[in-house]
Design a protein. Structure first.
Length: 174
């Protein structure tokens, strides 16, 4: 089996989300990579592998959203036609998990969906375009539990929309 490589991210100073939170969060991501690699060679491979693998991949999307700093959203992209207020409300779903935007290549459309723990509820055959981490470790040190809504707002303030549009363009072959 090939080993998964831990990715490095060039994350600028962010609005609201502290360097310390990102540093700790990256350590957590590194743990997912390590555990996914460990489970590849263990006999209980199947038992926890989806949790570690999806945790690794979802975090790679999440951190990539900050790289290069915030950019404006190109209004001619289908990404601009998403109801982002609805997405923000989705992100405030109670409990830990992920607010996700997927591209479904079969029906050729973008679909917003909440995913509880990452091994439960990822949409089959859909490709993640945007991943917003709503596990408490991603915001609670900077925002407290009551500041979840501001964290969501700041995530969008920090978002490199160009990278999201690029990801969508690549997978939808537009
Ligand atoms: Fe996380």
């Amino acid at each position: 089996m090939k080993k998964f490589e831990e990715r490095k991210f060039n994350i600028p100073k962010l609005v609201g989300i502290s360097e310390k939170t990102i540093e700790e969060h990256l350590k957590l991501y590194a743990g997912y990579v390590k555990n996914a690699n460990d489970l590849l060679v263990e006999s209980d491979y199947n038992r926890r592998f989806p949790f570690e693998f999806n945790g690794m991949r979802n975090h790679e999307i999440y951190f990539s959203h900050f790289e290069g700093g915030s950019t404006l959203l190109n209004t001619s992209s289908p990404i601009a036609h998403i109801d982002w207020e609805k997405f923000k409300a989705l992100a405030l779903t109670r409990g830990v998990g992920w607010a996700m935007l997927y591209y479904d290549p079969i029906s050729d459309q973008l679909i917003q969906s909440w995913v509880d723990e990452q091994h439960l509820g990822q949409l089959s055959q859909c490709i993640p375009i945007l991943a917003l981490d709503m596990w408490e470790h991603s915001f609670v040190a900077d925002y407290q539990p009551s500041g979840k809504k501001q964290y969501v707002e700041d995530f969008f303030a920090n978002l490199n929309w160009e990278s999201v549009v690029e990801r969508f363009d690549t997978v939808s072959k537009r």
